[in-house]
Design a protein around this ligand. Sequence first.
Ligand code: HSE
Length: 446
Amino acid sequence: MKPIQVGLLGIGTVGSGTFKVLTRNQAEIRRRAGRGIEIAMVADLDTVRARAIVGEGVEVVADARAVIANPAIDIVIELIGGYTIAKTLVMEAIAAGKHVVTANKALLAVHGSEIFAAAHAKGVMVAFEAAVAGGIPIIKALREGLTANRIEWIAGIINGTTNFILSEMRDKGLDFGVVLKEAQRLGYAEADPTFDIEGVDAGHKVTIMSAIAFGVPVQFDKAHVEGITKLQAADIRYAEQLGYRIKLLGITKRRDDAGGIELRVHPTLVPAKRLIANVEGAMNAVVVQGDAVGTTLYYGKGAGAEPTASAVVADLVDITRLHTADPDHRVPHLAFQPDELHDTPILPIAQVITSFYLRLQVADQTGVLSRITTILAEHDISIDAVLQRPGAEGAGQVAAEGEKPTDLIILTHETVEGRMREALAKMQALPTVLAPIVNIRKEELN
Ligand code: HSE
């Protein structure tokens, strides 16, 4: 049988990795897919560079639409990125009856519902294993391997840049700004790292996982997203002393008690003994809790040419296997039949339940701690542990002469976030609280 014909839009890092892996492992991939898979056409604005990568046997064009218009092309791989031109081209490829493979998490997290509906109507597949956690086959794990389960929650380190920065902050005791500069110098962080450090990239990825796990539409606009820019070395150190590490986690959780789903990204204290707390550098890891299987962990490279290509090529193999199957009997895009998707709401952050790490810089006076614990008790927030340390030099203001600032670190048990926000406002208003209270959510992940 003639190899399935693939057109590639954008041959940057991941595109060239995809071409390399497909070429190198050609024979094995053909045996696995039951048919050859051939990149027949590449579109890239830099045609000279593209030609140098793919050699003479592949048609190279500057215009992506020439690929979409080519009736011989069965699958289009979109590796352009972003929401604008990538969206137009994906919609045009679907309209032209092509299957689509994309690594574009931003596009799917924001416009996924529209894209999947168009693909469903046209009877084509949109595959996106590379969009979440690069080379880790987490989409396939959720869609297929864990499909027997009622998923309870997912928590993942799904952004390598921020995990690298947090690892460096902990190892070297440095603050965020210093490590970011070093990460940019070494090429671990982009010149404009906003999407990574503000948690947006992780937000896109957890939004996609949430939709697959719970059968809700993709809705990034409902996700609560916080990055790591405000983290201080002192909190990483105190967390360590209490037996925790701070990780940027993407979390989504079924909350039957509240009739909704939690969907959030924020720095999180995790017990140091958990495997995920020990995922260092730019590596990714995802923990999935299913009712039948229990806790499972997936670990690997979340970015890079060949790790991401590994996921792109797996999607090409999947599509090749399913190409001739009846569209109604394929695994649907979000792994639930489209008519079975439901509108369970994403809960507002005020309804999320977590425990907390608090750091209060206070004047070291009699009665300060009891005033704080009284406020927590009034809000029905139970304390798990308290630590007192001499305050960081030069931090905050000293209330009056002779009153040394001291750091009070409090770990709480679980509470509804809205309640904690009220308690924080009251504690912040105490004259003996000398600086903005640091508050970081904590998850036991057991
Ligand atoms: N910038 C991402 C990361 C990889 O740092 O993990 C692509 O999503």
